[in-house]
Design a protein around this ligand. Structure first.
Ligand code: ZN
Length: 319
């Protein structure tokens, strides 16, 4: 039986728990996808072996790889294709991902920060590359960011540009996973959001009765429960989103003044909170007296769970 072959770029998005992979055609269409556990503790060589196994299976199904992109959570040296520093992929720093994957897959590999990949995916797939200047922010356990300036991903002097999650929104404030205090991530990352919710529940649990019903207890609380409970009228859940939105708005206010973007694109699971998050952001931005940049910047939410791996594939195409 003759197999119909097709050309595509392979995108690999590595999170602390799961890795998502996709084969994406030049036109941006996802032909194959796969989700597998990252198994961080098994080490990077084992990881490279398992993702390569998936690609080799796809090749048997007709894939002809045009290149591959790998998005890693942490500070990435994209020239060398290595992780310099990573709070979430312990023990993976210093491993030569680019070299190991190129040797095994015999195709060109680009390695970048996972948020850069996701924002590029959102820029191409959601915004169709129309606006020139875009600030992208990814909301998950951590808060990542990416900058598209003049239609191109801006990496900065060391490839570390766009670390929006670690810009400060409250000097001396809450503790962040990076070790700093008052970072945006310490408020808008899922652990910061849950920290606030639990604190409010401890103070007056009767106000969060609906939230506790939905989550099945304070210890089982997840951001999705907060969205549901806010819709159901729970005052604590609503307060948490308003507070989270306000902190996000402060971070975005600074970025809008510095970069004057056409669009602020919010990506990631927490963006499912929708209006609860968007309303306090828009209210804050509308109240800024220095108008021009704020009148221009449109805030858009995109809940595309594949933005990371599609973006990694599209970065390989760009290279
Ligand atoms: Zn931080």
């Amino acid at each position: 039986v003759a197999i119909r072959t097709f050309k595509a770029f392979v995108g690999i998005d590595v999170g602390g728990t799961f890795t998502k992979m996709a084969a994406v055609t030049e036109a941006g269409r996802v032909r194959l996808e796969e989700k597998l556990p990252s198994q961080v503790e098994a080490g990077p060589a084992s990881f490279v072996d398992r993702v390569s196994g998936v690609v080799e299976r796809w090749i048997e199904q007709g894939l002809r790889p045009l290149g591959a992109g790998l998005g890693l959570a942490g500070d990435v040296d994209s020239r060398r294709g290595e992780l310099r520093f990573t709070p979430n992929l312990g023990g993976w720093d210093g491993f030569p991902f680019k070299r190991a994957l190129e040797r095994r897959l015999k195709t060109r590999v680009v390695v970048d920060n996972d948020a850069n990949a996701a924002v590029w995916g959102g820029y191409v797939a959601e915004l169709k590359r129309k606006p020139r200047d875009v600030v992208g922010i990814t909301l998950g356990t951590g808060v990542g960011g990416g900058l598209v300036l003049g239609g191109r991903l801006h990496r900065g002097a060391t490839g570390s540009a766009g670390e929006i999650g670690h810009t400060k929104v409250a000097p001396g404030g809450e503790l962040c996973h990076c070790g700093g205090r008052g970072c945006l991530e310490a408020y808008a990352g899922s652990y910061g959001i849950l920290r606030l919710a639990k604190r409010l529940l401890e103070k007056d649990g009767s106000r969060g009765r609906r939230l506790l019903e939905i989550s099945g207890g304070a210890d089982k609380l997840e951001p999705a429960h907060l969205s549901k409970a806010a819709d159901a009228g729970d005052p604590i859940a609503q307060e948490v989103w308003v507070e989270t939105g306000r902190k996000l708005a402060v971070g975005l206010e600074n970025l809008i003044l510095v970069l004057n973007p056409d669009v602020v694109l919010i990506l990631g699971g927490v963006s499912r909170a929708g209006r609860w998050l968007l309303d306090p952001i828009e209210a804050h931005l509308a109240a800024q007296p220095f108008r021009t940049a704020f009148s221009r910047a449109r805030v858009k939410m995109a809940d595309n769970p594949n933005a990371g791996c599609v973006g990694a594939a599209l970065l390989a195409k760009e290279a």
